[in-house]
Design a protein around this ligand. Structure first.
Ligand SMILES: Cc1ncc(COP(=O)(O)O)c(C=O)c1O
Length: 394
């Protein structure tokens, strides 16, 4: 079976994890810090805070930016639910802006047109690995007093060109914070895992506190518990303070050792994914009932770190439903996936916020036609050829 996505684990990855198992620290040890430093350097950001998954990273982004009740967050409907759920976690209202029909990313014109005064955060998802129009989104958000979070969960190691200059996701000036996911289907993996990157010292410092219960052990930061009431004159070596209501969003040393090893292999993962995408694009161009993924003028194809290869299929034209197409491909050993069901149409969103069909027409039409084909670095040329032949034969 050729799945739609899959991790790639090498002998070096196994050795890296085994070494941690033999060491003194399984969690909160040196691998976490080393992974953060190396990841921040890779994207060109000042700080990276590694956590147990990207959903936690998005949740932390809300908390450190003090997004809460009375605030609105706008994101793309064409995403995994976590990009929107983070607003609901903190009592803010998740809202959606329609997508661009070419890139399947949040559309700046729609964002400006539908802007509401209580909007305090934008989560701009880099769908399939391609960044949204970050300069345009940041211009709208920042002039209206909202922050910009790039959900780069699909685009680890990727970037884009703007006015002739190259920028990396996580390292460009238009996002206040960026999140990445290391779930096994993503570009690189830590099993489960995520990271929040930012140039903002305060955001990073608070995110570190909140990832571990809001507890500090730094004597210089202590506020004091009123130890004198207990007759104690000093804070001894055992002492810590919980200064905020935090969570256990920690990532382990085992995961970060895998992350460091995968980070070394990231350029090779990205290059192989690009090769496969180029082959698909070439082979599938010109099919009248299929559209290959569009790329914005700003996004140089050679800079995108592709997570997904999603085509648009005119199922009426081939006289088959999407389920029939998926089953037919499955019988030929090919796994496909539909990414994404527009989040505003999920029952919880309809029931909680009254969102309905028609809110984001471009994303809704896109959903009825979308199909993601297999894409992962260990796919052989033969397997890519098999997928192409099967799709052409539909
Ligand atoms: C766009 C996007 N954002 C956020 C997430 C959440 O990531 P995680 O599974 O690491 O919590 C995902 C995961 O699928 C995603 O695709």
């Amino acid at each position: 079976m050729i799945p739609y996505g899959k991790q790639s684990i090498s002998e070096e990855d196994l050795v890296a994890v085994a070494e941690v198992l033999r060491s003194d620290y399984l969690t909160c040890g040196p691998e976490v810090e080393a992974f953060e430093i190396e990841f921040a350097a890779m994207v060109g950001a000042k700080h990276a805070v590694a956590v147990c998954n990207a959903t936690a990273a998005l949740h932390l982004a809300m908390l450190v930016a003090k997004i809460g009740p009375g605030d609105r967050l706008v994101t793309s409907p064409n995403t995994f639910v976590a990009s929107a759920n983070c607003a609901a976690f903190v009592g803010a209202v998740p809202d959606f802006c329609d997508i661009d029909p070419k890139t399947y990313n949040i559309c700046p014109e729609a964002l400006a047109r539908d802007w509401q005064d209580d909007t305090k955060a934008i989560v701009a998802v880099a769908y399939a690995g391609q960044s949204a129009d970050m300069p345009a989104i940041a211009e709208i958000a920042h002039t209206n007093g909202a922050i910009v979070i790039e959900d780069g969960c699909h685009g680890t190691g990727g970037g884009f060109t703007h006015q002739g200059k190259d920028y990396k996701i996580g390292g460009h000036p238009w996002a206040d914070m960026t999140t990445f996911s290391f779930h096994p289907v993503k570009t690189m993996t830590t099993g489960e895992g995520g990271i929040l990157v930012t140039d903002n010292d305060q955001y990073a410092q608070t995110a570190r506190l909140l990832r571990s219960h809001g507890i500090t052990r730094d004597h210089e930061e202590f506020l004091g518990l009123g130890s004198e009431e207990l007759g104690l004159t000093e804070h001894g070596p055992w002492y810590y303070e919980m200064q905020h209501l935090g969570f256990n969003f920690r990532i382990t040393d085992l995961q970060c050792a895998l992350g460091r090893s995968q980070l070394k292999r990231l350029p090779e993962f990205i290059a192989r994914r690009r090769d496969i995408v180029a082959r698909y694009n070439e082979a599938l161009a010109g099919i009248t009932w299929l559209e290959t993924p569009g790329v914005s003028d700003e996004c140089n194809r050679n800079e995108i770190s592709w997570h997904l290869y999603t085509v648009q299929i005119d199922f009426d034209k081939i006289g088959k439903t999407r389920t029939e197409v998926m089953m037919e491909l499955r019988e030929q050993g090919i796994g496909t996936q539909v990414l994404y069901i527009p989040v505003h149409l999920q029952p919880w969103y309809r029931q909680t916020y009254g969102y309905a069909y028609g809110k984001c027409p471009v994303a809704e039409t896109y959903y009825t036609r979308a199909l993601s084909l297999p894409l992962y670095p260990s796919m052989s040329d033969d397997e890519v050829g098999q997928v192409i032949a099967s799709v052409k034969g539909l």
